[in-house]
Design a protein around this ligand. Structure first.
Ligand code: PHE
Length: 397
């Protein structure tokens, strides 16, 4: 009796050891990808739309078998719309979760806060929608699938000058937002270069509620339009307060206006105004329509530009992983393995394959990454009428 009792635990321990050994030798059946975004806070629709777009892409891919027999597992971190939290989120994804690549962020200030962490860890980061040029300057691990603000500022200036025939602009910028400051400057430079005048350049800070003082100055300078390179919450409030003050000129904005919340906040105050987007949901291209339909089926909503860009960012990453799995199956296998020299080399290969992306057929257009790891893509102008959007023009780079 005593003997048997003592043998049983031994047997159990042997079994446990065997199981553990097998666990080590077992090939990983999934690839971990990190995503960080503003699921809550002042720009929550940015993070939610992006998450939906990524989820839709990745779930479709996994249903079709994944990549090289592995499923993609996306780990999502909420940065609460704050740059400090973005850095914390990415640190966790890399150091704790061991992700092989990172998708995010939307807002340039948050991408700028987190990109140095990806760069020094040798983990590629693909921003779907940060347009400030400095984001990819952080280093060779940092990519984006959207156009950049020198282009965006230039096309807005040209649209104001040549299409709307305006030559007197007021600029109203968010002073602590890298995207807003950059785009305001690029616009100003282009508009002046075309012979336009900036009659006043005013500023606010994210979170402000009352814009009447600056709007009163703007009104007194008699601009033909106001350029507001900000995010949707403040833009909506600014538009309403401007109309209350009898300042009725059109407003022009960049991609930061893109949100289902914009016209809920602004109500009728933005009728007659214009913004720039990255795609147009009624584009008859079957690729776009297929995406819009499957998104609608799943989320009961129309995908905005952010959902579309995030879908494409996931696609560009998956496409590079796919090429790695066929060109170098051993490196592909090593990607998620223990951190050693081989894993480092495999991740460097993945980086190189992302950098080599050419003519990827995205729902936001063909994506080719240039020497600075930026995509060169068309901008889409939308007009606002009766609290809705209408397509105005696509501007090729
Ligand atoms: N381009 C903006 C930035 O860099 C983010 C953004 C993109 C917001 C697209 C809305 C739509 O901060």
């Amino acid at each position: 009796m005593i003997r048997i009792r003592s043998v049983l635990p031994l047997f159990a321990i042997t079994l446990l050891c065997l199981a553990a050994l097998q666990g080590c030798a077992k090939r990983e059946t999934e690839i971990k990808v990190g995503e960080y975004g503003s699921l809550t806070g002042s720009t929550a629709t940015f993070g939610i739309s992006s998450k939906n777009g990524i989820e839709l892409y990745v779930d479709n891919l996994n249903v079709q078998g994944g990549i090289g027999g592995k499923k993609i597992h996306v780990l999502v971190e909420d940065d609460q719309s704050k740059p400090e939290e973005a850095a914390t989120a990415v640190n966790k994804l890399i150091a704790q979760d061991g992700v092989v690549a990172v998708l995010g962020e939307v807002a340039s200030s948050r991408s700028l806060a987190a990109a140095p962490i990806c760069q020094s860890a040798g983990v590629p980061m693909i921003s779907p929608s940060s347009t400030n040029p400095r984001v990819t300057d952080i280093g060779d691990q940092i990519f984006r699938v959207c156009y950049i603000d020198p282009f965006q500022g230039m096309v807005i200036a040209r649209f104001a000058k040549n299409t709307l025939h305006f030559s007197k602009a007021a600029v109203f910028r968010d002073n602590k937002n890298d995207y807003s400051v950059g785009l305001a400057n690029f616009f100003t430079e282009s508009f002046r270069g075309m012979g336009g005048t900036i009659v006043t350049d005013q500023s606010y800070s994210e979170g402000d509620q009352d814009f009447k003082a600056q709007l009163t100055v703007i009104k007194s300078k008699k601009p033909e339009f106001i350029f507001i390179p900000g995010y949707y919450t403040e833009v909506g409030l600014i538009a309403r307060q401007a109309r209350e003050l009898g300042l009725n000129v059109p407003m022009l904005g960049g991609d930061g206006w893109v949100s289902e919340r914009l016209l809920e906040i602004a109500q009728d105050a933005l009728n007659g105004s214009y913004l720039v987007n990255h795609y147009w949901e009624q584009d008859p291209n079957p690729l776009v329509q297929g995406f819009v339909q499957s998104y609608h089926k799943r989320y009961k909503a129309t995908p905005d530009g952010l959902a579309a860009l995030a879908y494409d960012a996931a696609g560009v990453l998956a496409n590079a992983m796919q090429r790695l799995s066929t060109e170098d199956p051993k490196a592909f296998e090593t990607l998620s393995g223990p951190p050693n020299a081989e894993q480092k080399a495999a991740r460097a290969k993945l980086r190189d394959l992302i950098a080599a992306t050419r003519d990827y057929p995205g729902v936001t257009g063909k994506i080719s990454l240039d020497d600075h790891r930026n995509a060169v893509k068309p901008a889409v102008f939308l007009g606002i009428e009766n609290r809705g959007y209408k397509f105005v023009a696509t501007v090729e780079p």
